[in-house]
Design a protein around this ligand. Structure first.
Ligand SMILES: Cc1ncc(COP(=O)(O)O)c(C=O)c1O
Length: 326
């Protein structure tokens, strides 16, 4: 494999820095999902932690480096989960955390960012506008800007999931990874391709937020003017070139799924796994639902990566979803 920006030894070392509460998350075969999906399915559960997503693996690294360097303040843009995670990691290390988010982000995410003690600034636009605003604040205040997926620590933190996958699951054929900015996919993908190269690394995005997938397919950055998906955690319009370069080295495929499949996936995770998840965390199940033949008879791991969802919206989506019968 050609070199990505990541390094497996650094990822192993990162495990020593991340609070153990975010590490060694449950990993289990979920047989109840299998009749409807037609393949062996294992879940890597990244929601049973204080911020209900995998993002704290990365923010633990970011915040501890900042604290070691004597920094006092940090700012990031967030769709909601990174901000919550940075607020958690920064609080424990005495950092002043500012999070910039869209005012359209799920209320549950915004409330938790505030509850964890961060200063929250809302922009009247989407995540990519929040990115611009966070960069302006960093320049103006002279503080550190954390850029998810570009800052290597955010990828290394996510990559520790990959170590746990290859170290604990006896054998699997494919891993399905929700694709947003790309920290999760490039991190996990780097480890899997380094240590278990036969495993297929498949990234999944909604049809309504396809910029990174289109970029991966065309091998150059493709932006979109807008996004239209309930999967708010992966709804970016402007892929980062360095992250795309890494993704091109580690992903075997990038697929797009319909909103109806995302909702069906959420419903299945509730019915058969007892898991309330946010839409981005159902992308893997959605990908299987849309292409059962591709996965038939194989052992597939899906990373259930977040569960921060507005309860009313969740009931609206999942309550209206048809029950899946094969
Ligand atoms: C729940 C959830 N899933 C997936 C992603 C996408 O991760 P990445 O931006 O690392 O590609 C995010 C990003 O915040 C997320 O919050």
């Amino acid at each position: 494999m050609q070199e990505t920006r990541l390094d497996t030894a650094r990822i192993r070392a990162a495990r020593q820095v991340i609070d153990p509460i975010f590490l060694d998350t449950p990993m289990y075969r979920c047989e109840a999902l299998e009749p409807d999906l037609g393949c062996t399915v294992s879940i890597k559960l990244e929601t049973a932690n204080p911020v209900r997503s995998f993002k704290a693996r990365g923010t633990e690294l970011v915040a501890s480096l900042l604290a070691d360097n004597g920094s006092r303040a940090v700012v990031c843009a967030s769709a909601g989960n990174l901000g919550q995670a940075l607020a958690w990691s920064g609080r424990g290390r005495g950092l002043d955390v500012t999070v910039v988010a869209s005012r359209f982000a799920p209320v549950a995410k915004l409330d938790r960012i505030r509850a964890l003690g961060a200063r929250l600034e809302l922009v009247d636009g989407d995540f990519d506008l929040a990115r611009e605003r966070a960069a302006t604040i960093a320049r103006h205040d002279g503080i550190r800007l954390v850029e998810d997926s570009l800052d290597i620590e955010t990828c290394e933190g996510a990559a520790t999931i990959g170590l746990e996958l290859v170290d604990t699951v006896p054998s699997f054929d494919a891993v399905l990874i929700a694709l947003g900015g790309g920290a999760l996919a490039t991190g996990v993908g780097h480890v899997v391709k380094s240590l278990a190269p036969g495993v297929e690394v498949i990234c999944v995005q909604p049809l309504g937020a396809p910029a990174m997938t289109h970029s991966w397919r065309r091998r150059r950055v493709v932006t979109t003017d807008s996004t239209d998906t309930i999967a708010d955690g992966v709804a970016g319009r402007c892929p980062i070139p360095a992250v795309l370069d890494d993704l091109l080295l580690v992903a075997d495929d990038a697929v797009l799924v319909r909103e109806t499949s995302i909702i069906a996936g959420m419903r299945m995770l509730l019915d058969h796994a007892g898991l309330v998840v946010e839409p981005s965390a159902a992308l893997g199940i959605a990908a299987i639902l849309e292409d059962r033949d591709r996965f038939a008879g194989r052992h597939v791991v899906t990373i259930v990566c977040g569960s921060n969802v507005d309860v009313d919206a969740y009931h609206r989506w999942v309550g209206a979803a048809p029950i899946h019968r094969s």
